[in-house]
Design a protein around this ligand. Structure first.
Ligand SMILES: Nc1ncnc2c1ncn2[C@@H]1O[C@H](COP(=O)(O)OP(=O)(O)OP(=O)(O)O)[C@@H](O)[C@H]1O
Length: 234
């Protein structure tokens, strides 16, 4: 079956070393790694924003050949920055994620992320966590084949961090996948696969337990899991 993502020989000079990645449908992938490890760089090359790749195909389609409307059905990219300069409403911000007006879909997303009470507010006047939920709703709007989310859990209160993982897991079907950058090591079991980026390369790639159990994991993160939870590696 055609993978949702096929990436061959991707690189951003000085940031991302030559990397290959195959993501079949149904995968919910956590992308972790130390600061500067290359998580954002990997997401940006897959989004077609930075760098180059010999092959970058989403659901078998060459991303660079896709017209903008098709591109937004193939993938959505949520950048790590939550800055939004526009004084436009939450409802209209979510609608901007769509390729054609569909206020039924916007209403569903407002409900899904508990944003009904904020729908008429200017998005640039929300708190950072509130804005995170709006931008996530916008990223989900087209039901893309591939979700690329850079730290969607940062700035969220515990309830919304957990609920966001539930919402994301519910979006995954056999024909879609998600790559989610995060730092919270307590959430790794929620993913079907974990990729560890270190020094601009994929260091580890596998099921959560396999990756956490690899000796390279604690060396790279300089933390280790003990009876009392994660602690600095001595
Ligand atoms: N615009 C840029 N120009 C040049 N180098 C950059 C740029 N952005 C990032 N880098 C460098 O590329 C490397 C990878 O950065 P990247 O942002 O991909 O890491 P990250 O794993 O997402 O980090 P973090 O956890 O801090 O968000 C780092 O060494 C960083 O300093």
């Amino acid at each position: 079956m055609t993978p949702v993502l096929r990436l061959v020989d991707a690189q951003i000079p000085g940031r991302l070393n030559r990397s290959d990645l195959d993501v079949p449908g149904g995968e919910f992938v956590g992308v972790i790694g130390p600061n500067g490890g290359g998580k954002t760089s990997l997401l940006r090359v897959v989004a077609g924003i930075d760098g180059s790749a010999r092959t970058l195909e989403i659901a078998g389609e060459k991303l660079s050949a896709a017209p903008p409307a098709r591109k937004s059905q193939l993938l959505s990219y949520l950048p790590a920055s939550r800055d939004v300069p526009w004084p436009i409403s939450v409802r209209d911000t979510i609608a901007l994620g769509l390729t054609a007006p569909d206020y039924g879909r916007v209403a569903d997303l407002l409900g899904l992320l508990d944003l009904d009470g904020l729908a008429a507010r200017p998005v640039n006047q929300l708190s950072t966590g509130e804005r995170s939920r709006v931008l996530l709703a916008r990223a989900l709007a087209t039901r893309p084949r591939l979700l690329l989310l850079d730290e969607p859990l940062s700035n969220l209160e515990p309830y919304w961090a957990l609920r966001t993982l539930d919402v994301l897991a519910e979006q995954i079907t056999s024909e879609t996948a998600a790559l989610v950058a995060l730092h919270d090591l307590h959430q790794l079991d929620r993913f079907s696969r974990i990729i560890v980026m270190d020094k601009g390369s994929v260091l580890l790639d596998g099921a959560p337990a396999e990756v956490i159990g690899d000796p390279g994991f604690s060396t790279c993160f300089r933390v280790e899991e003990g009876a009392a939870g994660w602690a600095i590696k001595r």
